[in-house]
Design a binder for this molecule. Structure first.
Ligand code: SF4
Length: 438
């Protein structure tokens, strides 16, 4: 068995992806070497997501797969939301797991590793009462051009279907000064795109005397020399205010894209979900974007089959798609989660009905995306080159409004990380194709 090697697999959202970057940086600083497969590793880590039951099941099936390896000295750790949610119960369910730690404990990883290496077989990091979850000294970023920065942790809302307030705790904002220092450092290292992260970035409030709100933070980060694009995720419609759109309008470094999760088009369902806004209030936020100076792409999340959702409620969601004309959406069937208010709600929608609604919703959205993407044919868009698709002979680019734009260019290497103008020549439901303008 090779010593001090680790493998990590990440499930779930960008917050988790960034958390894994912090875990990797910490492990490397502690003298571990990262390997590409669980088979090669001494320490196997799963950074988990518990937003849906399916994601949680996947982790336990992974753990099951390597159960026999534990006898040969391999160590297994469960990190992230499932760890925080299930806690020490994980040791009962998967007895070969030796480390269980939630995201608020990653700053303590070096101490947890010492306990693990000393032979302790039940090491836990489950405290949520830390306020120091941001400034992990080591972060190994996966992408050399785009960097995530956490600006706020946790969530003070209590949406009836969501586990996040239980797994990530209450909201804690980071100081503006500390966000700026990290962003400046990244710019100096050559990063050109920053993505500000939080469960609800809109409720960001600088805890220092400066007291910046989210719109101010956006404006300041966008002014840092060398930063060409700033994105953020995720927003809560209730806290998405005019000042944010004004900050975006004022500086094109702030990308032409807003992800504004609606979850349902029915005010009745939104009330049951405890989302704290009505359909009309949501549409007012959309109006802020549609009447803005720039054209923004708008994307969303939708849950179908929330307890009590009637056919009429579902029709309201379909109607919302017609009204907003989203550029893309993530859609899910409602999945009951532990500790949430919706768990005990009556009138569960049968699984087949959820599936039927999901299929109808996705078909409708697909038609909208085909139409909206086709409208872009002939336009020139700036892309950040993210990679190359060798078999297709195309470069992969991303536009400011978060579309994938694959394109041809006379160069066959050396373009990744550059910003280029590309003319759109073809479109599909999920991406665009074009030619570099040279
Ligand atoms: S705003 Fe609602 S859905 Fe989003 S993290 Fe908070 S509780 Fe969950």
């Amino acid at each position: 068995m090779p010593g001090k090697t680790f493998y990590i697999e990440t499930f779930g959202c960008q917050m988790n992806a960034h958390d894994s970057e912090k875990v990797v940086g910490t492990l490397l600083a502690e003298g571990y070497t990262q390997v590409a497969t669980p088979e090669e590793a001494h320490l196997v880590l799963y950074n988990t997501c518990s937003i849906r039951d399916k994601a949680e099941q996947k982790v336990f099936s992974r753990l099951q797969q390597f159960k026999r390896e534990a006898g040969k000295g391999k160590l297994f750790g469960v990190l992230g939301c499932v760890a925080q949610q299930e806690g020490e119960k994980i040791f009962e369910r998967a007895p070969h797991v030796t480390l269980v730690a939630g995201s608020a404990s990653y700053t303590k990883l070096p101490q947890l590793l010492v306990q693990l290496e000393a032979g302790n077989r039940r090491v836990t990091g489950l405290s949520l009462d830390t306020d120091e979850t941001f400034d992990t000294p080591f972060t190994r970023r996966d992408n050399p051009h785009r960097a995530y920065i956490t600006i706020i942790e946790g969530c003070d809302k209590s949406c009836a279907y969501c586990v996040v307030p239980f797994t990530r705790g209450p909201e804690r904002s980071r100081t503006g000064e500390s966000v700026m220092a990290e962003a400046r450092r990244l710019a100096e290292q050559g990063y050109t795109e920053i993505q500000l992260l939080g469960q609800n970035v809109n409720s960001y409030r600088d805890p220092s005397a400066a007291g910046w709100d989210f719109a101010t933070l956006l404006a300041r980060v966008a002014e840092i020399p060398g930063i060409r694009r700033v994105r953020y995720t995720t927003s809560h419609p209730r806290d998405f205010v005019r000042a944010i759109v004004e900050a975006m309008d004022a500086n094109p470094v702030l990308c032409d894209h807003v992800h504004l999760p609606v979850q349902s088009g029915s005010s009745r369902v939104l009330a049951a979900m405890d989302r704290l806004y009505t359909r009309d209030q949501y549409l007012e936020r959309i109006e802020l974007l549609k009447t803005a100076r720039r054209r923004y792409s708008i994307t969303t999340d939708i849950i179908v089959g929330f307890p009590g959702e009637t056919e009429e409620d579902f029709e309201r969601t379909l109607d919302l798609l017609d009204k907003v004309q989203y550029d893309s959406l993530f859609s899910f069937k409602y999945s009951p989660r532990p500790n949430t208010a919706a768990l005990s709600m009556p009138d569960r929608v049968p699984e087949e009905e959820k599936q039927r609604r999901l299929a109808i919703l996705q078909e409708k959205q697909r038609a909208i995306q085909i139409r909206r993407n086709a409208e872009l044919i002939g336009e020139v868009r700036e892309v950040l080159v993210e990679g190359r698709n060798v078999p297709l002979g195309q470069w992969i680019g991303r536009t400011s409004d978060n579309r994938t734009l694959n394109f041809t260019h006379s160069e066959t290497e050396g373009l990744v990380g550059r910003y280029l103008d590309v003319r759109v020549t073809r479109s599909g439901p999920n991406s665009l194709v074009g030619e570099a303008v040279v």
